[in-house]
Design a protein around this ligand. Structure first.
Ligand SMILES: [Zn+2]
Length: 84
C-alpha cells in the first residue's frame, strides 16, 4: 500500500490569490487542524470551523484567518516505505 507524507510548502500568505492549487496540494487549517484538498471533488468545501472555504463554482478560496492557514503538498513515500 502506498504511503504519503505531507510537506508544508507555504504559509503566512497575505492574499489568497497567491495560494497555489494542484491535485496533490492540500490546505490545512491551524484552528481546527483539518486538511482540505485544494481541488476537491465537491464543489463547495470548508474545514470544520469554516476558516477555509473553497467554492469551485467561482474558483474562489476564502480564508478568514490567513495566519492559521498552511499549504501542504502530498508526497508519496517509496513502496518499501523507505524514508529519505
Ligand atoms: Zn478550520
Amino acid at each position: 500500500m502506498a504511503k504519503y507524507e505531507y510537506d508544508i510548502i507555504g504559509s503566512e500568505y497575505s492574499d489568497t490569490k497567491d495560494v497555489p492549487k494542484d491535485k496533490n496540494i492540500y490546505y490545512r487549517c491551524g484552528k481546527c487542524g483539518e486538511s482540505v484538498p485544494s481541488l476537491p471533488k465537491e464543489k463547495i468545501v470548508s474545514c470544520n470551523c469554516r476558516n477555509i472555504h473553497i467554492d469551485l463554482y467561482y474558483w474562489r478560496l476564502a480564508v478568514d484567518d490567513l495566519a492559521k492557514f498552511e499549504v501542504l503538498k502530498k508526497r508519496r513515500i517509496g513502496r518499501q516505505g523507505v524514508k529519505p
